[in-house]
Design a protein around this ligand. Structure first.
Ligand code: GLT
Ligand code: MN
Ligand code: MN
Length: 402
């Protein structure tokens, strides 16, 4: 239900083939559209946006879900009565506007108590407080129906390397996650946990910096089945990595529980730009990957509008993220239907069938055959792969000239 939709917007969306729809499963964090543009060098540029207004406007634009940290909704120092009133009002807005809460998380980085981290802080009282805050926040997530619970280790890292033994820090993180998994299980919550890596910022080095580090860590937990990943485009780019490959590895392992879509200009500070605003080719292949490999989770935009914008700019930003995703989805269909591209791909991947039997797994016979086969090395080395043509065709599809 989008009762408040303005007639102009309704008309604009109705005639737009890329207009977001509920079934696209687009979601935003309250902290994303609610970002007020403060940075280390300048103050807020936009007034506070209430959670209720965010629900209403996002519904109007065609989004499906809204995510939150505990303190995006309930202030850090709210009394239990205030908490219950705020949550009740929010639930009413969700039901009035037909929105869901697919993911929830804990703010373990803003309050000064977390300046040395939360689960990996050197101070045991801070580590214990972090567990208490997270249990309360998990309860809130469960109450709102969140299927995924995200852990971004905001300040879980170091500035002074001498301060902590990294092996101890890893063990502390494991203890915390094991504890919280058991808490969720004991309470009958069905949510899954999704861990979000980031290489640095706000600390100068964060533990578990990339998808790969996180993935390996998950298998050392007590309940690896209920823990997966929430990778973020910008975070892998900050580490200079290929995000599509990282996501593919998580997906292939059945560990892509959630995703943070945004954009970034290369390895620098975390920019959280509008999805598809910078790395257009990478964003195209990311959408293609998600759409073609059965990713069924939320398409979550963890981004915010430029600091130059007023509230209208925020909604331009939000609609832009969703429309761009749908444009890439359409371009991926176009790519798959392009006869020349498909002919090249078929030729590339066809290979010489006479070698096929040598690559179908280990057996004593295959070992024997492999040892006896003579390869025409000179001939194989002469092959041209046609990747120049293929890549140019890809660019032409994306730019809309094919
Ligand atoms: C914060 C961070 C994001 C995380 C959010 C969840 S909060 O905005 O920059 O990458 O996904 O804690
Ligand atoms: Mn994120
Ligand atoms: Mn980010």
């Amino acid at each position: 239900m989008t009762t408040s939709q303005s007639p102009e917007l309704a008309h604009q969306l109705a005639s737009d083939q890329y207009a977001p729809k509920k079934e696209d499963k687009f979601s935003f964090g309250l902290w994303t559209v609610g970002n007020r543009g403060r940075d280390p060098f300048g103050d807020f540029v936009r007034p506070e946006l209430s959670p209720l207004r965010s629900v209403q406007k996002l519904a109007e634009l065609g989004a499906w879900g809204i995510n939150l940290h505990d303190n995006d909704l309930v202030p850090f120092d709210a009394s239990p009565t205030e908490r219950d009133r705020i949550v009740a009002d929010f639930k009413k807005a969700l039901s009035d506007y037909g929105m869901v809460v697919p993911m929830a998380t804990t703010n373990l980085f803003f309050h000064p108590i977390f300046k040395d981290g939360a689960f990996t802080s050197v101070d045991p009282a801070v580590r214990a407080f972090a567990l208490q805050k997270t249990m309360r926040s998990i309860d809130l997530g469960a109450e709102l129906g969140a299927a995924t619970y995200v852990f971004w280790g905001g300040r879980e890292g170091v500035d002074a390397e001498a301060s902590k033994d990294p092996v101890t820090a890893i063990k502390r993180m494991r203890d915390a996650l094991n504890f919280l998994c058991q808490y969720a299980i004991d309470n009958g919550y069905t949510m899954r946990f999704a861990l979000e890596p980031k290489p640095n910022e706000p600390r100068s080095d964060t533990y578990f910096p990339t998808i790969g580090h996180m993935l390996a860590f998950i298998y050392t937990l007590d309940h690896p089945d209920m823990v997966g990943l929430n990778p973020e485009v910008a975070h892998e780019h900050m580490a200079g990595l290929n995000f599509v490959h990282g996501v593919a590895q998580a997906l292939e392992a059945g560990k892509l529980f959630h995703i943070d879509l945004n954009d970034q200009k290369g390895p620098r500070f975390d920019q959280d730009f509008r999805f598809g605003s910078e790395s257009i080719k990478a964003a195209f292949f990311l959408v293609k990957l998600l759409e073609e490999h059965g990713y069924a989770g939320p398409r979550h935009f963890d981004a915010h509008s430029y600091r130059t914008e007023d509230e209208q700019g925020v909604w331009d930003f939000a609609l832009g993220c969703m429309r761009t995703y749908n444009m890439f989805k359409e371009k991926a269909r176009h790519f798959n239907a392009d006869a020349e591209i498909q002919a090249i791909l078929q030729e590339l991947n066809g290979g010489d069938q006479s070698y096929g039997g040598l690559l179908s797994g280990y057996s004593k016979e295959t070992v024997q055959k492999l040892k006896e086969t003579t390869f025409n090395v000179e001939q194989l080395a002469l092959r041209g792969y046609r990747y120049e043509r293929l890549d140019q065709l890809t660019v032409e599809v994306i730019l809309g000239v094919r």
